[in-house]
Design a protein around this ligand. Structure first.
Ligand code: HEM
Length: 182
C-alpha cells in the first residue's frame, strides 16, 4: 500500500494562497487556493487548474544517526498553531539523475549539509516529502512544510540557505507557494 497525496490548485480549497513565485524554470498557473488530499479521496476543489501528485517513499540519503536525530525533534503535520504552509514543487536535472547514489548523497549532505541545515529549524518547521518522479509527474518532489506565523522568517532563512547550496545547482524547476489555512 503506497500513500499518494494530491495537491489541487484552484478555488475553494483548505489552504489560501498568500503568494506564489517561480524560482526556476516553468511556473504554474496562479490559483486562489489549494487542497491536499490523500488518494483516493477527491479534493474539495472542483475543476482544479492543476493537480500535482506524489507518494511517500523510502529514505534515500539519511543515515541511521541522521534519522534518529530527526525523529528526536521533528513534529507532525496539522499542529493547531501551524496555520501557515508552503508547497515547493522541485525538479532536478538529468545530470543529477545520472549520478550514482553515493555521489548524490555526497552532494546532498557532505557538501550541501541539507539535513544539518534543516535540523536547525526543527521542531518549528514540520515537513513531508512526496516523490513524483516515478509517477511520471512534472516535479520530482513535492515538498510540504507547516509552521506558525512567528516562524515564517526562520522558514525564509532556511529556504535561502538551501538554495545557496551545491545541491540546488541541480534544480531546474522550482515553484514556491506560500499558504495560510482558509
Ligand atoms: C530531502 C531534511 C527542508 C527540499 C530531505 C531529506 C532529509 C531532509 C533528511 C532526505 C530524505 C531521504 O533520505 O530520502 C530536511 C529538514 C528540513 C528540510 C530537516 C527542515 C525543515 C527542506 C526545504 C526544502 C527541501 C525547505 C525546499 C526548499 C528537499 C528535497 C528533498 C529533500 C527536494 C529530496 C532530495 C532528493 O531526494 O534528491 N530533506 N529538509 N527540504 N528535501 Fe529537505
Amino acid at each position: 500500500m503506497v500513500d499518494i497525496f494530491a495537491f489541487a490548485g484552484g478555488r475553494g480549497g483548505a489552504w489560501r494562497v498568500l503568494g506564489s513565485r517561480t524560482v526556476r524554470g516553468e511556473g504554474l498557473p496562479t490559483v486562489e487556493s489549494l487542497d491536499m488530499v490523500e488518494e483516493p479521496r477527491d479534493a474539495a476543489i472542483l475543476s482544479p487548474a492543476w493537480v500535482l501528485r506524489g507518494l511517500i517513499s523510502n529514505i534515500r540519503y539519511a543515515t541511521k544517526a541522521e534519522g534518529e536525530a530527526l525523529r528526536a525533534v521533528q513534529q507532525g503535520l496539522a499542529r493547531p498553531q501551524a496555520t501557515l504552509a508552503a508547497l515547493i514543487p522541485i525538479r532536478k536535472n538529468a545530470a543529477w539523475w545520472g549520478l550514482a547514489q553515493d555521489e548524490r548523497r555526497a552532494i546532498f549532505e557532505e557538501t550541501s549539509h541539507h539535513t544539518a541545515i534543516g535540523l536547525d529549524y526543527l521542531p518549528a518547521i514540520a515537513r513531508r516529502l512526496h516523490h513524483g518522479r516515478d509517477l511520471g509527474e512534472p516535479f520530482d518532489f513535492l515538498t510540504w512544510f507547516e509552521y506558525a506565523p512567528e516562524d515564517a522568517p526562520a522558514f525564509d532563512a532556511l529556504v535561502d540557505r538551501l538554495r545557496a547550496t551545491r545541491e540546488w545547482d541541480y534544480v531546474d524547476r522550482e515553484v514556491d507557494i506560500r499558504l495560510a489555512r482558509a
